[in-house]
Design a protein around this ligand. Structure first.
Ligand code: IMP
Length: 200
């Protein structure tokens, strides 16, 4: 069985990654003993790359990091790359208050996954899930802004979904599916290092 190590301290993200990659017969394990550097950048791919660059030179394992954010259209994409800070400071209620007087409740979650091993960044994939922000928080499942986000083609918030259902819609699962398809194909055809960036 192929093993990927996820450098994340967020157990919800790890559970989601396990569910998404199990479909491709890839097992996800948490990478222990590292600290994820979080640079400030408006581009999630750059944040993920910078975080992986520090980890990948210290491990022989197949490892990935993921960076994500909630982009609210009416707020010109805020909180975007600052989502974890805004979640800690304003919380879901803060986002609901900011949208109090607006009809445009469109938003999207974005995810970037950066993958590598032995001092090389091998690939990066990004995905988007469009949806809307609810009027009030609903559901106890998941993490972060899950209780206020309804993905397109569903009427429940991520917070009202079981993990398996969220995995069908999630930005993170979509980016990880791309990673799995690329990896399975590239390892068969000997092209894993085709676009490698050496970082050490
Ligand atoms: P980071 O990727 O660890 O920088 O965190 C991004 C932040 O965006 C999280 O702390 C959450 O607040 C939010 N976020 C990203 N993905 C999700 C998701 O799937 N559900 C809910 N909130 C999310």
């Amino acid at each position: 069985m192929i093993e990927f190590y996820f450098a994340s301290g967020n157990d919800y993200k790890i559970a989601e990654a396990k569910a998404a990659l199990a479909q491709h017969r890839i097992q996800v394990k948490k990478l222990e003993g590292f600290e994820k550097l979080e640079i400030q950048h408006t581009n999630l791919e750059e944040v993920a790359k910078a975080a992986l660059a520090l980890i990948v030179s210290k491990t022989q394992k197949l490892v990935f990091v993921e960076d994500s954010g909630l982009f609210v259209h009416e707020l010109n994409g805020f909180p975007g790359p600052y989502s974890s800070y805004v979640f800690e400071t304003l919380g879901v209620q803060g986002i609901l208050r900011l949208l109090n007087s607006t009809k445009n409740r469109k938003a999207e979650f974005r995810s970037s996954v950066c993958f590598g091993t032995q001092g090389k960044i091998l690939a990066i994939f990004s995905s988007v899930t469009e949806g809307t922000i609810t009027i009030e928080a609903k559901g106890e499942n998941g993490f972060g802004f899950d209780p206020i986000f309804v993905p397109m083609w569903n009427s429940k918030t991520f917070g009202q979904m079981e993990l398996k259902e969220k995995t069908v819609y999630s930005h993170r699962a979509k980016a990880l599916n791309k990673l799995a398809l690329w990896y399975l194909n590239a390892s068969k055809t000997g092209k894993l290092e085709e676009n490698a960036i050496v970082v050490n």
